[in-house]
Design a protein around this ligand. Structure first.
Ligand SMILES: O=C(O)CCC(=O)C(=O)O
Ligand SMILES: [Fe+2]
Length: 329
């Protein structure tokens, strides 16, 4: 281990106060007394309605959460980046031609950071997090994801639990042609799932669970969908306009609708937010509830327009594909 890393570890160990277990706590706004507190503290009726929708439905839409001119500028910078790297990007296309989602593109195209820092949904998130909202990671989509319904929690598991929002920003209008974002309203309230028990069916030793296990991912998402079906909850496509922001609850089941017109783009960016200093864990922790973890985030934050952006790594595309992404500037 390099000297500087050793120092950092020692320092964070001291200031972080050792390790903790992640209790399966719901956030304060899902607990008793939340409505009274919100009624008392949030005077703005539009803001209060959004918070109520987020609590009850698992998502809310902030219309014009981002200025449309900024959206056009961000889309323009993405499209010129795509043109600049047309040849290189060809290897990162799915068999149906769609570009794979781009991870942390905001680190290459700074305009994308402004979609976060100038986003009017941040006030609401700061309030619900009871802390400063930070950008943890981002995903940029050229086209609809057509992704099956899922929860993000196995890959965005925080300490304290459920301190995460998905903040989805439309850079174009969405409809059935380009595959709107889909949610299951109420799907965040289907009871707790015995993740440790689920994992024990796949792994004799829970400490052997990797960061990402496709089997466990499927087991968990299948259970989420099964429970939502049992409660007769239905999928709903959320049609939005350029500049609108969809904010989803950490436990909200969501996905991408089928794309009817594969020639269409659906330029959008998802920012995964957390409160500042909160660490985020993956499946090795999510599926092993007795695993102790550090209580503080190991990454540092850069400042951008008065907001904090976690230094969680440079841009990349596709998981586990070896490539020198520094060439795609
Ligand atoms: O944009 C979409 O269609 C889905 C995105 C999503 O599920 C995610 O980024 O977590
Ligand atoms: Fe997701």
């Amino acid at each position: 281990m390099r000297f500087i890393e050793r120092l950092r570890k020692q320092f964070s160990g001291r200031s972080g106060g050792g390790t903790v277990l992640i209790e399966d706590d719901l956030p304060w706004f899902d607990r008793e007394g939340a409505y009274e507190r919100i009624a008392c503290q949030v005077k703005d009726s539009v803001q209060r309605a959004r918070i109520t929708e987020l609590i009850e439905q698992g998502f809310t839409v902030i219309e014009r959460g981002v200025d449309v001119e900024l959206c056009d500028k961000a889309a323009g910078d993405f499209l010129s980046w795509r043109t600049r790297h047309k040849e290189a990007l060809a290897r990162f296309r799915e068999p149906d031609g769609r570009l794979m989602r781009v991870i942390n593109l905001h680190q290459t195209l700074p305009i994308l950071k402004a979609l976060f820092s100038r986003n009017s949904s941040l006030a609401l998130q700061d309030y619900l997090f009871e802390n400063e909202t930070v950008l943890y990671t981002s995903l940029f989509y050229e086209q609809g994801s057509a992704q099956p319904i899922h929860r993000d929690t196995p890959l965005f598991w925080t300490y304290p639990a459920n301190m995460y929002f998905g903040m989805w920003i439309a850079l174009e209008d969405t409809d059935d042609g380009n595959g709107a974002l889909t949610v299951i309203p109420g799907g965040h309230r289907i009871g707790s799932i015995d993740r440790g028990g689920m994992a024990a069916k796949r792994f004799n030793d829970l400490t052997a669970i990797p960061d990402m296990s496709s089997e466990l991912w499927m087991d968990y998402q299948d259970e989420v969908v099964k429970r939502a079906d049992a409660k007769q909850l239905k999928k709903k496509k959320i049609y939005v306009k350029k500049g609108d922001v969809i904010l989803w609850h950490p436990l909200a089941p969501h996905g991408g609708a089928a794309i009817k017109d594969p020639t269409r783009t659906r330029l959008s960016m998802v920012v995964h937010t957390t409160p500042k200093g909160v660490p985020v864990f993956h499946m090795d922790v999510f599926f092993n509830p007795s695993r102790r973890v550090r209580r503080d985030a190991p990454w540092s934050y850069a400042s951008f327009e008065g907001r904090s952006i976690a230094e969680t790594g440079p841009m990349s595309i596709g998981h586990g594909i070896e490539y020198d992404f520094t060439s795609l500037t």
